[in-house]
Design a binder for this molecule. Structure first.
Ligand SMILES: [Mg+2]
Length: 288
């Protein structure tokens, strides 16, 4: 006769079976991925930005302005990797417009120009097929969930989250653009955990970037899980020998089995546990 487990109300179900109380996720290339040709999309973004500025009566020489804007964006992307600070794309656009003699551009014009620009690339972000099932299952098991995303524009990331219909799963959502600091700065991880009232030891972080997600989690004392199906990047290659994750999965659907195997308190197991002949129980796991 099978031993049935008691039905517990959701939210309180078997906390002792969970190795962590909260799971933090990265967004890009972890829950969603970019499916497009960047060079073609770059042209659409440029055109949308310039068109909206023109509509607002701001008409810099389009080609020269865009070339400078994109050069500065590239320099900004490179610089922020070392600074761990997020100045935001809005700040960059405003500064460049001031250099071009447009010092009094309203916040509304800056926002709408960037919204039009980002709309061109947002359509190419797709949701991973196992994102919803995994997040649903984690919630059903009582985990708290957090999202920490690096990006130059908070509104862009918030739109991507809503477009993928992911918002409802998360107890906390932090973006580097809104926080002013980027992963791997441990502060952004600790800010998320403060919102959840949890110590770092009670959380795991799942992300595709060694330099941002894994290093940052480690710096903050959070268990780090590297997801590798879209991790084949030059940046990751450069870090592969130096930044070691605590665990590796290829896809999101491997997370639940991983957490089960990490659980240190098997529940309702009536079988006798003989003392392990191995020091600290190592090497004893019989295929489980
Ligand atoms: Mg990522």
């Amino acid at each position: 006769m099978p031993i049935s487990e008691p039905n517990l109300p959701s939210g309180t179900n078997q906390p002792e079976k969970r190795p962590f109380q909260a799971i933090l996720f990265d967004l890009g290339n972890t829950l969603i991925y970019f499916d497009g040709e960047w060079e073609a999309i770059q042209g659409e973004r440029d055109a949308a930005l310039i068109q909206r500025l023109h509509q607002a009566g701001i008409s810099p020489d389009g080609k020269a302005f865009l070339s400078q804007f994109n050069d500065q964006m590239e320099a900004y992307y490179a610089e922020r990797e070392f600074e761990f600070i997020e100045h935001t794309t809005a700040y960059l656009l405003r500064s460049l417009l001031a250099e071009w003699g447009y010092a009094q551009v309203s916040e509304e014009v800056i926002r709408s120009a960037l919204a039009d620009m980002y709309a061109m690339s947002q359509a190419y972000w797709k949701t991973e097929a196992d994102a919803h099932p995994t997040l649903q299952a984690l919630r059903a098991q009582g985990y708290q969930l957090g999202l920490i995303s690096n990006g130059g524009d908070d509104a862009d990331i918030q739109t991507l989250i809503d477009q993928a219909e992911l918002r409802t799963y998360f107890d906390v959502i932090l973006t580097s653009a809104a926080q002013g600091i980027r992963k791997p700065n441990p502060r952004i991880f600790l800010n998320a955990l403060e919102r959840l009232s949890l110590p770092p030891s009670q959380a795991a972080m799942v992300g595709d970037s060694l330099g941002a997600d894994i290093l940052g989690a480690r710096n903050a004392g959070v268990f780090s899980i590297w997801i590798t199906r879209r991790s084949d990047t030059a940046a990751n290659l450069a870090h592969e020998d130096t930044i070691q994750p605590d665990a590796v999965v290829e896809s999101l659907s491997e997370l639940l089995p991983l957490f089960e195997s990490l659980s240190t308190h098997p529940k309702n197991d009536d079988r006798a546990h003989p003392p392990s002949p191995f020091p600290e129980g190592r090497g004893k796991n019989s295929g489980n």
